[in-house]
Design a protein around this ligand. Structure first.
Ligand code: MCA
Ligand code: AMP
Length: 507
């Protein structure tokens, strides 16, 4: 029985222990987790979900959303979480591509999502709100809490997480029970999680960081979490005393540093602060150490691979590095074009192999093949080097990608939308250093001769189809885009030219 949940069950502490505590003080025990996920698993089966079927969810963060994730594992379904910021236009693509058996959405957009689902022949559309109420929960209330977990092979699908491609549409990364369980076990050991830990959870739960890194570490160690609906600096500071571990994207740390209450006393009880999903600036690492006495542990991962490297739990956590490969994971640096493996200190693309690496992109065998070397290494698209002590440094990206507040934005997607607008000749989307989000999505646009289209109009139109976090924070109009002899837009030159536009901006 290699269902990830069977491992979790084997390691579960006394069922009376807390699994999740809310800011209100309400506690859900491991017994509640078993009962509620059992009810939901029975409900999924009644709705027609069979092992291997996809269950697509676009729902706000709530304890019930976590129970639904666990229910999918137990029922052998593939959990397919979607960012709540996605618009209906974006959702349409994911539903059409993944062909889920069931969609679970927020109650307020049920009519629209049900109609969208029906167009793709998805006939079951249930609701679940951030308050834990909805048609799915109504149905689960009448279901039994006992459920026989479905037997899964290690290579069976546990989840699909969509990740945008640099060209074309988003790709569904297929993650297996082995991928998730091996990574969770490794992280529990590396970061020394035990049943006595309390993780402050303020991340969204539709991406790898909040879902698999945070929640699976808690589940695999029988720990508990202080579960907040979203990141709010004041609330985090107020509740920090009740936790001993926190995971966050760099923006969390940047924002918390603005709190006068962030002192050595306020953080003395903390065992670990983890950062990832985007580069943590050395200055943030240093400022945090000065203010609290804690060295943030930076780690590195991807949707396709889970966590790949980590700074050490014991030993030097070096600012500006992402540490060492995790147990059983091989990392090497190779020349992007020739695939030649490079030596220590040489800069190239990072490649990774191990039980954590996904099984491929959903229904895209060609794209999958293109991202692997013949010997099984996955090409991350991140540019880095390995120093004399074995620490890995990420120095850039071979992929055209902007990471804003931990969310990935693919310039190509935004450029295509802008280029389709009346009055626009062409555009280039780039990331510029941003004091709050790390990188700010920035569009450089060339109008057609005589056109007067404004930045406000561009934002307004894009907002109809694109998630808000993808919208440019600034639009710059230029007469022409700089290009090299081959006609390729010189994005580096644009980045240099606009480097200072967000300096001093509060966020
Ligand atoms: C919100 N906005 C953003 C972002 N978030 N804009 C750009 N980038 C963002 N990340 C927009 C809002 O829609 C709003 O628009 C305006 O910015 C200000 O919102 P604000 O209230 O400041 O934002 P927030 O709600 O506080 O959110 C900021 C956040 C959030 C807390 C940093 O984005 C967040 O939780 N990020 C974490 C993402 C994450 O979990 N990534 C992990 C991916 P308007 O003013 O127009 O309404 S997993 C991964 O990357 C790999 C595997 C890994 O290694 O972990
Ligand atoms: P995603 O696949 O959306 O989860 O994003 C993964 C990407 O986030 C990686 O390929 C990196 O470019 C970036 N990333 C994650 N963690 C770090 C980190 N600690 N430092 C720099 N980049 C990171």
């Amino acid at each position: 029985m290699d269902n990830l949940f069977s491992l979790i069950r084997d390691r579960m502490p006394s069922h009376d222990r807390a699994f999740m505590t809310l800011a209100s003080g309400k506690v859900y025990t491991y017994r509640d987790l078993l009962a509620e996920s059992g009810r939901l698993a029975n409900t999924l089966v009644t709705l027609g979900v069979k092992p291997g079927d996809r269950v697509a969810v676009q729902i706000d963060k709530s304890p019930e959303a976590v129970f639904l994730y666990v229910a999918c594992l137990r029922a052998g379904a593939a959990f397919l979480p979607l960012n709540t910021a996605y618009t209906l236009a974006e959702l349409d693509y994911f539903v059409g591509d993944a062909e889920p058996a069931v969609i679970v959405c927020r109650p307020q957009i049920h009519a629209e999502v049900a109609a969208l689902g029906a167009r793709h022949k998805v006939l079951v559309c249930e609701t679940l709100g951030g308050d834990g109420k909805g048609t799915l929960i109504d149905k689960a209330a009448g279901a039994g809490s006992a459920f026989d977990d479905v037997v899964r092979e290690p290579d069976d699908l546990a989840a699909i997480l969509y990740t945008s491609g640099t060209t074309g549409r988003s790709k569904g990364a297929m993650l297996t029970h082995r991928n998730l369980s091996s990574n969770a076990l490794t992280l529990v050991e590396t970061w020394r999680f035990t049943a006595d830990d309390v993780l402050l959870h303020a991340l969204p739960i539709f991406h790898t960081h909040g879902l698999f890194v945070a929640i699976n570490c808690v589940l695999m160690s029988g720990a508990s979490m202080l579960f907040l609906p979203r990141f709010d600096g004041d609330e985090v500071m107020a509740l920090l005393a009740k936790a001993n571990v926190m995971m966050g994207v760099p923006t969390f740390y940047v924002r918390l540093l603005q709190h006068a209450g962030l002192t050595p006393e306020a953080t003395r009880h903390m065992r670990l602060f983890v950062s990832g999903s985007a580069p943590l600036l050395a200055e943030t690492h240093d400022a945090w150490r000065q203010r609290t006495g804690h060295a943030i542990l930076e780690r590195y991962g991807m949707t396709e691979t889970g966590m790949i490297t980590s700074n050490p739990y014991v030993g030097d956590r070096i600012a500006g590095t992402v540490g060492f490969p995790l147990t059983d994971i091989d990392v090497r640096v190779a020349d992007d074009k020739s695939a030649t493996v490079l030596g220590q200190g040489e800069v190239g693309v990072l490649e990774v192999r191990g039980p954590n690496v996904f099984s491929g992109y959903w229904r895209m065998p060609e794209k999958t093949k293109a991202e692997f070397r013949d010997d099984g290494f996955f090409i991350t698209g991140d540019v880095g080097k390995i120093d004399a002590r074995g620490y890995i440094h990420i120095v850039g990206r071979a992929k055209d990608l902007v990471i804003s507040g931990g969310y990935n934005v693919y310039p190509k997607e935004i450029e295509s939308e802008i280029d389709g607008l009346e009055g626009i000749l062409e555009s280039a989307v780039i990331g510029i250093p941003h004091p709050d989000f790390g990188e700010g999505v920035t569009a450089v646009c060339v109008r057609k001769p005589g056109a007067t289209i404004s930045a406000d109009t561009i934002i307004q139109v894009l907002g109809k189809t694109l998630a808000k976090y993808k919208l440019p924070k600034h639009i710059e109009f230029v007469d022409e885009l700089p290009r090299n002899a081959m006609g390729k837009v010189l994005k580096g030159e644009l980045r240099t030219r606009l480097a200072a536009i967000y300096s001093g901006s509060a966020g």
